[in-house]
Write a protein that binds this ligand. Structure first.
Ligand SMILES: [Zn+2]
Length: 469
């Protein structure tokens, strides 16, 4: 009896020691990578900690007093996760989150390690983790979340994931493994998410928009989920809000959009400044523009309602949040107002182009990179409706590693453009030259182009590094 007790105690002690060493090593790695100026050190500490203790994230997540929320989907993860974290922080409570967009399991591990104490314990109430779709099964197993939010599934970084179908299967498997206490919160307006949710053993909470006034006139090019998962017929959309998200049904009546438990109605869009909508009888507003932010806002509200947050508290709190890192940022630069928008795929690009048109954007820079995090294959630019720019834009500066491809695409779209400028610094200077003082300029960029741009702005003293804020 005594021996068994000692053996168990010894095992526990070894586990804690291993986790403590993993946490300390991760923290040391973070300090070193910052000191050497190699960026925020957002995932490498996670690699190191996991190499020492593969269970380090499982153990740290087990320390969370209230539990964790995972946020996944192609677009809007960062903003939505930021909103949810902000709701929980205001309670008040202590929240651990991977805030810098490093959404693989290493990024989540790095965030938990960074917030853990030197004894290897994580003393926090909540974890809010933005998780890459392909990483969801691992994250559900290790973090055992209370809520998993799936926002949308668009074609994204095809060379990384292959087909959307296999991705959908992985997400389905992950949601099926959510424990009895876990709830899936799903976007009813996305046919692929709808298909996953309708096949789950325990019913999810559905949210969706319900206001045809903000719908698109037609399904854009980038829509990529138009067929019924049951019979293969083309889905009929009565309303399209964004990409392939809207109100859909199979003409053979074997599949259709689930009725949202939480519907966003009376949607008001005020350029890039505000979005307002009503949900569960409460008026919600967010200081971020665009239909995609109506989805992000509604998703955060839905998660809040599952976690038992009062609707009036959520409304009050959301009013005061600021944009998540990197997805949409505005600031003054040499007397011009610069808005930077990130797009990782055709749907994101189309949304940003639509916003640029809505706010009458005349001077733009489009930076296209093809590094691994962007997806090496840039042929998707032919799926994007750059033709939208032909109506309003006075000039567009094609920039980034693939500036020449971008220039060719703009030429076919009959959009007025400068010569391609692969050098981002020169491209930005050109944009500022062309933009009259006191007016707006817009920068649309892929993920690594955004990182390059931020590094450039920091180097020129226009921005503080994000890991110093
Ligand atoms: Zn069908």
């Amino acid at each position: 009896m005594l021996d068994r007790g000692r053996a168990v105690g010894g095992r526990l002690g070894a586990g804690l020691m291993r986790r403590t060493i993993a946490v300390l090593a991760g923290k040391a790695t973070r300090t070193l990578s910052r000191a050497s100026g190699r960026g925020g050190g957002t995932t490498f500490p996670g690699d190191v900690a996991r190499a020492i203790d593969p269970d380090v994230l499982r153990r740290l997540a087990g320390d969370l007093r209230q539990g964790a929320v995972l946020v996944t989907g192609t677009n809007g993860k960062t903003t939505t996760a930021r909103l949810i974290a902000s709701l929980l922080e205001g309670l008040p409570s202590r929240v651990v989150a991977n805030r810098t967009g490093s959404n693989l399991i290493y990024g989540a591990t790095a965030a938990a390690v960074a917030d853990a104490d030197l004894d290897g314990r994580l003393r926090a109430d909540w974890g809010v983790f933005e998780i890459d779709e392909a990483t969801l099964p691992t994250a559900v197993d290790e973090i055992r979340p209370r809520v998993v939010l799936v926002g949308n599934l668009f074609r994204d970084q095809l060379d990384r994931y292959g087909e959307l179908e296999s991705l959908a299967r992985r997400i389905h498997a992950a949601l099926d493994r959510l424990s009895q206490s876990g709830t899936a919160v799903l976007n009813a307006d996305d046919p692929r998410v709808g298909e996953i949710g309708l096949a789950l053993a325990s019913p999810p909470l559905w949210y969706g928009l319900d206001d045809p006034r903000v719908a698109l006139p037609e399904l854009p090019h980038a829509a990529d989920a138009r067929t019924c998962p049951r019979c293969g017929a083309s889905l009929e959309f009565t309303t399209v809000y964004l990409g392939h998200d809207g109100v859909y049904a199979c003409p053979n009546r074997d599949f259709g959009r689930p009725t949202p438990d939480i519907a966003g109605t009376e949607i008001e869009l005020e350029g890039l400044e505000w979005v307002r909508l009503t949900a569960a009888g409460v008026r919600l507003e967010l200081p971020l523009g665009g239909v995609y932010n109506a989805y992000n806002l509604l998703a955060a509200f839905a998660v809040g309602s599952v976690l038992g947050l009062r609707p009036d508290y959520v409304a009050e709190r959301l009013r005061t949040v600021s944009a998540a890192f990197g997805r949409q940022e505005r600031f003054e630069l040499q007397g011009r107002r610069l808005t930077i928008m990130l797009a990782k795929n055709p749907t994101g690009f189309n949304e940003n182009l639509r916003e640029a048109e809505r706010v009458n954007g005349r001077h733009l820079l489009i930076a296209l990179n093809d590094r691994v995090a962007d997806g090496r294959d840039v042929s998707w630019i032919w799926d994007v409706d750059f033709e939208l720019l032909a109506r309003r834009a006075e000039v567009v500066v094609p920039a980034g590693v693939r500036a020449h491809d971008m220039a060719l695409r703009l030429k076919y779209a009959e959009v007025p453009a400068t010569a391609p400028q692969p050098d981002l610094e020169r491209a930005l200077e050109r944009l500022l030259e062309l933009t009259p003082p006191g007016t707006d300029a817009y920068v649309l960029c892929t993920y690594t182009a955004m990182l390059d741009l931020r590094a450039l702005l920091v180097r020129r003293g226009w921005l503080r590094p994000y890991w110093a804020t």
